[in-house]
Design a protein around this ligand. Sequence first.
Ligand code: ADP
Length: 625
Amino acid sequence: MFAKLFLEEADRGLEVVSVRSFNELLEYLDDSVDCVISDYVMPGADGMELCRAVKRRHPVPFILYTGRGSEVVAEAAFKSGVDDYVRKESDPSHYQLLARRIRSHAENYWGIREQTRYQHRLEDLRSNFHLLTEASTMLGVGETTFDVLSRIFGCGEGWFSVVEDGRTTTVLERGLHPPSLDASDLVETTEVDGAYLFPLRIDETIGVIGVKNGKGFSSQDMRLMDTLGLMVAQSIHRINQMEMIRAREEQFRSIVENVQDVVMLTDSTGAITYISPSVNDIFGYPPEQLKASMWGDMVHCDDLGKLEEFYSRSLKGEKGSIKEYSVVTSGGETRWVSHSWTPILKDGEVRVVVSAINDITWRKSTEEALRVSLDELEQTNRDLNDFTHVVSHDLKSPLMTIESFTSFLLEDYGDTLDDVGRDYLSRVMEASGRMTGLIDDLLTLSRVGRKFTEYTSVDMNRVAQEALDDLEAQVKKSGAVIKVHPMPEIVAQEVWVKQLFVNLIGNGIKFNESKPPRVEVTYRDLGDSHYFGVKDNGIGISEDQRGLLFKVFQRLHTEKEYPGTGAGLSICKKIVESMGGAIGVESQEGFGSVFHFTIPRNLPIRAADAQVSQEAQASNLVKYL
Ligand code: ADP
């Protein structure tokens, strides 16, 4: 009893409870007892027995306080688990020492107890982590988090928010009113209106939890809440990723299921693991029916060999495609497909092969129809050429006879005829001369664009000069001034580009009343094509007549006004278009004209591969049909 008084006096912070017996002591023993002090002899037990019994129940520090001061006693006491040993003295000042020893052991014991509690709560948090990671929605994460908070920290109130576009959106509330805050600035736990807000962060703040409890939180609680914050953030992150993956998968699925091609996934054995619904529309098989079967089961027996290439190359990890093979539909019909594939490898092994199968039946039949038409067209062209050749020869020889005999008549019997007779004969000469011109132009027109005309590198300056040589008489007679600007070498059919210059420069001189007539040839590089212009200061062409210019044998003037057959410009048009270019005119009546044409840099057809390119053209055509 005295001891209690002296001790409380020595350290006013101590709360001392004295008990009289061993059983009474056991009744008191709980978490709130920080230290036990016992005499060497207690009623019903000695101090060391008591120590052993206490230690079995609680790891509380035990101080033996005794008047028996021998070393033997001290040794026996420490062996029994006693933490300290203080000798009773007659001088009451030794209570100061006892109080200091009690405080020191108690404080040490608090520290250990706190640490242990902290460890247990941390373990609790960890064992709850799987609950968090199992949550598949934000609501689930919120529920679990509050569950953990109230179990481990005893939180009564709180709210749980996620950060969306820099602002917090409350997912779950339990009575607290969330303050409006810019959550992305919240890096550390802060206190607002008595509630603790702790951020959910991985690299950046992705959410906030605000919590409150009556007792407040210790500094260790705060550390644990930070840990919990990280765990929750990981769960939110995982859910966000899952949602992103789900959305992406959804997107890909909708793309795959809406493309016209059949998209097929096969595993490393070649068995179908996925096939898009379009397989039903094209081949009449529901996708479920084809799962685990082999694509080869549907392929026409004649084409099975081609499919072996797909299996063997794709399983070696090679990308590839088969241009065409045939597949038998559920209704027994044969359809043509083209098939390309890409294997997906993991750890060097083919896991999945992604195939795109395109129904080309329609293209195949169109190609076939086109091929037949082309054959027919070629035959017709050949026949037409033969016809033109024969007709022109057959027409020209009687014409030559007419011309010869008319000139004989004029020469030998001209004197015996009167003026009217001679006029008739010269008209016959003129008409047959015009007819010869018409036949020659027709022949020229039929020759333009023939396959056998070579494409070569042509110096356009030289070609223009050669054209001027041909026009020498016309230039001299008219006194025309011709200016040719520098031009490059281009790839073209030389004979025809020369013809272009002859016709266009010739027209520029012919349809010209200016003194002197002027014609200017210009060039411009348009990048993917060459531009040539033939400008004159001639009579010009009215707007309503321009549409007729390039039609064969269309003339805007009479033979008397300006001689000609009316085939020159249609020959020009055919030449330019056969090389893939375009021809046009700009003109104002009375103020001259500019005829211009382009020749592409990359010509569509070269003589050497004209046949091949015809086929290519055909299949190109099909593409655009
Ligand atoms: P042709 O010269 O034999 O008459 P073309 O086909 O070369 O035949 O020309 C058709 C018509 O276009 C000509 O009759 C003429 O009326 C008109 N034409 C052609 N070139 C010019 C030009 N440079 N200026 C004015 N008119 C032109």
